[in-house]
Write a protein that binds this ligand. Structure first.
Ligand code: AHM
Ligand code: MG
Length: 336
């Protein structure tokens, strides 16, 4: 029975990546091992996020847990989990985390060929009210194992090998691209496995939603102001777009990927480079958008063409459905 096969022949994320890697004769399983360590970090954070409300309640009793340690904040805890998982995989050499000022260079004895840039818990202002948050990651390969430098991560996004995010929402979903399309996996809590639930995600060519923090409108440039005006008062007879803004990049991008539309975090007079970070926010999400048939633009260029000069650089970003981003590009060409 097809239905039985379905239940007993599940496409786990490991199986999926093994299949993908099999196409590359040079693959020796290193990427699969690296990914399984990232997946472990995601499961750990998913479990911690689920318990966050309770942990807080228990924390209130004495601010310390049974071991007499202070309760760690969820973002600090998530960072520790990912750093330890990535180092112990034996497959990484440079790690860049939003939580750490400096990059981490892995001890030579444990070194592998991958560099991972990640935001362990993005959208952390949403933790205390139970709104979706997520982990974002992008992966590069080093050039020379005996001479590992910061230059290995200060690369344009087009050099990324793989990128993804995990959303801790009403379900826990991991979206991944290794450069041949985008696939989504949902955590089955009873199995503790991510199962392929969204094969080959393609973003609609044009969307009905725009997503932006409109509270910043007074500081926008003319192109952004005009675009948002057109979303609300279209002149071509099309219906106005709906506004959705969660304030959690992973959730806003996930909705954009599945339903179409555009997510923007533009520059403004107060933040000339916008807010989002190039290496572990803008690049991974731009990589996924392009792989799903969408686009990502900075207001000047294709987002993946940026070359960061510092690991925590920021950039404005406009990403989503192909046609919607095309419209933003046209406005910048006209008004900038
Ligand atoms: P964080 O890394 O401090 O959590 O900030 C990043 C978050 C993104 O998830 C989200 O897209 C953005 O900040 C929202 O910013 P704002 O509150 O300015 O709209
Ligand atoms: Mg962040």
């Amino acid at each position: 029975h097809a239905a039985d096969a379905h239940r007993t022949d599940l496409m786990t994320i490991t199986r999926h990546v093994l299949n993908e890697q099999r196409r590359n004769p040079e693959s020796r399983g290193d990427f699969t091992i690296l990914l399984s360590h990232i997946v472990f970090g995601c499961k750990f954070v998913a479990s911690a996020v689920n318990k966050a409300g309770l942990a807080k309640l228990i924390g209130l009793a004495g601010e310390t847990n049974v071991q007499g340690e202070e309760q760690k904040k969820l973002d600090v805890l998530s960072n520790e989990v990912f750093v330890k998982a990535l180092v112990s995989s034996g497959r990484t050499c440079v790690l860049v985390s939003e939580e750490d000022e400096e990059a981490t260079f892995v001890d030579p004895a444990l070194r592998g060929k991958y560099c991972v840039c990640f935001d362990p818990l993005d959208g952390s202002s949403n933790i205390d009210c139970g709104v979706s948050i997520g982990t974002i990651f992008g992966i590069y390969m080093i050039k020379d194992k005996d001479n590992v430098t910061l230059e290995d991560v200060l690369q344009p996004g087009t050099n990324m090998l793989a990128a993804g995010y995990c959303m801790y929402g009403s379900s826990c979903t991991l979206v991944l691209s290794t450069g041949s399309g985008v696939n989504g996996f949902t955590l089955d809590p009873s199995l503790g496995e991510f199962i392929l639930t969204h094969p080959d995600i393609k973003i609609p060519k044009k969307g009905k939603i725009y997503s932006v923090n409109e509270g910043n409108a007074q500081n926008w440039d003319a192109a952004v102001a005009k675009f948002v005006e057109k979303c609300k008062y279209p002149k071509d007879g099309s219906p106005p777009k709906s506004l959705r803004y969660i304030g959690s990049m992973v959730a806003d991008v996930h909705r954009t990927l599945l339903y179409g539309g555009v997510f923007l975090y533009p520059a403004d007079k107060k933040s000339p480079n916008g807010k989002l970070r190039v290496l572990y926010e803008v690049f991974p999400m731009s990589f996924l958008m392009e792989q799903a048939g969408g686009q990502s633009f900075t207001g000047k260029e294709r987002a993946l063409d940026l070359v960061p000069t510092n690991i925590h650089d920021r950039s404005p970003v406009f990403l989503g459905s192909y046609d919607d981003v095309e419209e933003i590009k046209a406005l910048y060409a006209e008004l900038a």
